[in-house]
Design a protein around this ligand. Structure first.
Ligand code: 6GU
Length: 233
């Protein structure tokens, strides 16, 4: 596809804490990809879709118990409005009991045109949202965050940097750790010797094939040492 034909990705993020997104989504690669037109990010405040006078989006759980539950109505109102405007590839709920994000999932999702990311908060969310509105549930790892917002930002960053043209050197996403189930090899820059610490000779040999061979061997070595699980599947 040429640059002109390339479609822009659109992320609609639904959250009770829209302010959290102001900093991270306006920095570095993400900001540049918005400016350059690779991606549009729209943040929706769930409270704007509340129908009660206190703008509540949560309520006590049926059957009793601690904590509040995000109610279905404002979420349905927001998701339905977005779906009327365009078709979505996935409606993603960020939740610690979702499928764990990895590079393979990011690669798949990075070719999406339109995605909704719903951030959970409080103790939980009405199960009917998960059963009927959500098409995919994603966790970013086996630990608990206080809300899905940071996870949504992690997912957004992981996807945006994979959009063709976002990274200056298009090969740099391909040489990332995990891209071929290998961790990235070590890198060095000037000076070639610092306080007696030297860089590997091969890197200044000018011999391209040897350098590639060395990088691959180092990547395998590092993966065996740190993440042998990546090599077993
Ligand atoms: Cl997606 N949400 C929350 N609240 N905690 C998490 C998570 C998501 N992924 C890992 N921990």
């Amino acid at each position: 596809m040429t640059k002109k034909e390339k479609e822009k990705m659109r992320l609609d993020i639904i959250t009770c804490l829209p302010e959290l997104f102001e900093g991270p989504m306006n920095q570095s690669i993400v900001k540049r990809s918005v400016t350059k037109g690779h991606v549009e990010i729209h943040i929706h405040n769930l409270r704007d879709y509340s129908t009660n006078k206190h703008k509540n989006v949560d309520d006590a759980p049926y059957g009793g118990g601690a904590g509040m539950v995000l109610t279905i109505e404002p979420i349905d109102m927001c998701v339905s409005k977005l779906k009327e405007e365009r078709a979505y590839d996935e409606v993603i709920f960020l939740t610690p009991d979702g499928e764990t994000l990895n590079q393979n999932m990011s690669n798949g999702l990075s070719i999406s045109k339109n995605l909704i990311l719903l951030c959970g908060h409080y103790k939980g969310i009405d199960q009917r949202v998960r059963d009927h509105l959500i098409t995919k549930e994603i966790s970013i790892g086996d630990y608990v965050l206080s809300g899905g917002e940071l996870a949504a930002m992690v997912l957004a960053d992981a996807l945006i940097r994979l959009i063709p043209g976002v990274l200056n050197d298009e090969t740099s996403a391909l040489s990332d750790s995990f891209q071929d189930n290998l961790l990235a090899p070590p890198v060095y820059s000037r000076p070639a010797e610092y306080k007696g610490l030297k860089i590997p000779d091969v890197l200044i040999s000018g011999h391209e094939a040897n350098i590639e061979k060395w990088r691959h061997e180092e990547a395998v070595k590092r993966t065996e040492e740190r993440r042998p699980d990546l090599l077993s599947d």
